[in-house]
Design a protein around this ligand. Structure first.
Ligand code: FES
Length: 79
């Protein structure tokens, strides 16, 4: 499978912790959205790994079409 699934047409509002590493799902197949659960293994997609510098609330892309991954850029409004 090489087409992204659209699990959510809005961002995921999540609290992230300073110093922690996260893996955002870019394929849309994970059952642990917005994070990767390894379901991408049969696709061309890879998770986007990022480390947080400040504990805060962030908006992670739910539609998987953002151009600023892993963060929402409003692309879901165009789908
Ligand atoms: S399950 Fe989607 S990138 Fe890993």
């Amino acid at each position: 499978m090489n087409k992204k699934k659209l699990p959510l047409l809005k961002p995921h509002t999540v609290d992230v912790k300073k110093g922690k590493k996260y893996a955002w799902c870019s394929c849309g197949l994970s059952s642990k959205q917005p994070y990767c659960d390894g379901s991408h293994s049969e696709t061309k997609f890879k998770p986007v790994v990022f480390t947080v510098k400040v504990s805060e609330t962030v908006y992670l892309c739910g539609c998987k079409h953002t151009k600023k991954s892993p963060f929402c850029d409003g692309s879901h409004k165009l789908l």
